[in-house]
Design a binder for this molecule. Sequence first.
Ligand code: NAD
Length: 320
Amino acid sequence: MLVVAENQIAGLMTPEAAFDAIEAVFAAMARRKARNFPVIREALGYQDALYGFKGGFDADAPTLGLKAGGYWPHNQDRGLINHQSTVFLFDPDTGRVSAAVGGNLLTALRTAAASAVSIKYLAPAGARVLGMIGAGHQSAFQMRAAARAHSFERVIGWNPHPEMLRRLADTAAELGLPFQAVDLPTLGAEADVIISITSSFGPLLLDEHVKGPTHIAAMGTDTRGKQELDPALVARARLFTDEIAQSVSIGEYQHAIAQGLIAEEAIGELGAVVAGADPGRNGAEVTIFDGTGVGLQDLAVAAAVVELAKAKGVAQEVEI
Ligand code: NAD
């Protein structure tokens, strides 16, 4: 098997390659050529950690495998990032393990690529202002990928812990964009595209905050109980997700579904928009992409990085 270590990923993978891999795998999912397997995600009752597996099979690629890992909230105190994961790829013809790939940076890149794909296809025409809700580890990746997918003139941001806002200011400066910290009503009124990427367990962005044509990439909710958006906002928007089964169980739409405000049939797949089978925005004032994070995203970026490592001759071969 080939090993691509975590510390090799930054020198191999590019945000552009991540974007292309995610756009392609979303389209393969919509064509029913690729499917995710049910997610296992368990609270360990140890270190407050959440641990699990996300796997799938893409017959088009073909790619088979899983990502194992999760969220360790106290890692920050140890100088480690809170998300820890490894992707394992298997040969679909033989079942033999073919690669182990560090999954930490890839997770951030594939998550940012997913919201960037949604922005490419769903941002309102002439969108100029990017609104960021959240200033944790993922937020910088999200802003960078959004700025690659669409040309924004400025960034505004809000975070429940204001002391973290420096990360957004620094990232905007790196991108050459002016940044301003604002309150949520201002963010909802002024932003044309909003990315939410927090660990919130209650609604942050309310229906009355959001004015005018807006696209929202809701990226933080990936577990039962988490929530970033007002269900009333979800109820009036045109809805998209990476995978419907995940969005109604562990994603942002779980709350509007539970309250009977939306039906599962109202939710479209972003992949269908990419594949040209869904018109996308189609005159809607507000669109939402619920990015729950699917295993196929992890496999797609891991497979891409293995090819890049092979091409550069830096993948390490190990007998197993
Ligand atoms: P982080 O720990 O670095 O940052 C956490 C962010 O959430 C900060 O903005 C913080 O201020 C905010 N926050 C923390 N506790 C909160 C609370 N109780 N209420 C409201 N906000 C709170 O985390 P990160 O790595 O930036 O990840 C952010 C979120 O994105 C996490 O919930 C994570 O599970 C999720 N995530 C989703 C995907 C996906 O594919 N959808 C992938 C990776 C991470």
